[in-house]
Design a protein around this ligand. Structure first.
Ligand code: NDP
Length: 292
């Protein structure tokens, strides 16, 4: 490939959604109608946008979606009661509780209450543990989307040295686990790492999930590396508001073999992988029912 090839997340996401749509048709022929329940508590404006987009994408893929909106004052008991009801409803295959939850509700307790088989965000400890053990479980959507982009770009990842910058539970840690499962040699950098830049400069694959605008510049990158930029940071520049990644795209792109832009890279993949997880969950639940 030519240096600095753009990894088109929008195009790959469209391809994933086309695959999901085809899978949904097959499932419906078998009498299974995949369904995703989305739970939104409170009135965080960004969460409303995310939920609307998820419901919209589900509809486009032929997935039935159920939306539950609870007021910001809803008690933890009410949220847990709703999750329990959805766990018990065999016609619901995926349950997504939009984060963040209002401060008075214990997020971990709610995520742990979701049936792991329906945990399409992959945040339940059963799925987190399963990923770390190399079991075939539901995995978090953003890192799963990054893996799809890497496989489409590089093919086999075995033996590649991958550096993940960031160790959050939703991106950095599951990303590292997925790369390890794909036989990469994995280094995880975080805010307490020493010589982060020099370590990163050894990487064949760089995944940046830090949340700091343009932190990763040319000094961090080995020529020919493939760079996946998960960061979504809103900044003010030249009197305008714009979205930039954790990577200084203008400086880094010429060095790379391939790189994701922001926006249009990892962003569109997350929602596509959520739909894929929903279909996977539906198929697995029916296989389990058929076997019992
Ligand atoms: P968190 O804030 O939860 O985690 C950030 C991580 O970066 C932490 O592990 C932190 O280390 C590490 N870090 C902070 N500063 C440095 C530094 N100077 N050097 C090295 N490591 C550092 O963020 P998330 O993982 O939730 O998100 C990361 C970015 O990805 C954000 O921009 C977010 O908006 C974006 N995002 C995008 C998604 C998408 O769909 N494309 C989905 C989710 C997130 P420590 O643990 O030591 O504090």
């Amino acid at each position: 490939a030519a240096p600095g090839q753009l990894i088109d997340g929008k195009a790959v996401a469209a391809q994933v959604l086309a695959e999901v749509t085809a899978d949904v048709i097959t499932l419906k022929i078998e009498g299974i109608e995949p369904a995703l329940a989305v739970v939104l508590v409170g009135d965080d404006p960004a969460s409303h946008v995310y939920v609307r987009n998820k419901v919209l994408r589900a509809g486009e893929a032929g997935i039935r979606s159920l939306e539950y909106r609870l007021p910001a004052e809803a008690s933890a008991a009410e949220v847990l009661a709703l999750v329990a009801e959805l766990n018990g409803d065999a016609s619901v295959h995926g349950i997504l509780v939009q984060l963040p939850l209002p401060r008075h509700i214990d997020e971990t307790a709610v995520l742990q209450a979701i049936d792991p088989a329906k945990d399409v965000d992959g945040f339940h400890s059963e799925n987190v543990g399963g990923l770390s053990q190399g079991r075939d479980v539901l995995v978090p959507c953003t890192p799963a989307g990054c893996m799809r982009l890497l496989r489409d770009t590089l093919g086999d990842l075995a033996g590649k040295h991958a550096v993940v910058i960031g160790r959050s539970n939703i991106v950095g840690k599951p990303m590292a686990a997925l790369l390890l499962a794909a036989d990469c040699t994995v280094t995880v950098l975080h805010s307490r790492s020493k010589n982060a830049q020099a370590l990163c400069r050894k990487a064949d694959i760089v995944v940046a999930a830090v949340g700091r605008p343009r932190m990763i510049d040319a000094e961090w990158i080995k020529p020919g590396a493939v760079v996946i930029d998960v960061g979504i940071n809103r900044i003010e520049e030249d009197g305008k508001s714009r979205l930039v990644g954790d990577v200084d795209f203008a400086k880094v792109q010429p060095l790379t073999a391939a790189i994701t832009p922001v926006p249009g890279g990892v962003g569109p993949m997350t929602i596509a992988l959520l739909m894929q997880n929903t279909v996977t969950a539906a198929r697995q639940q029916h296989a389990r029912q058929a076997a019992s």
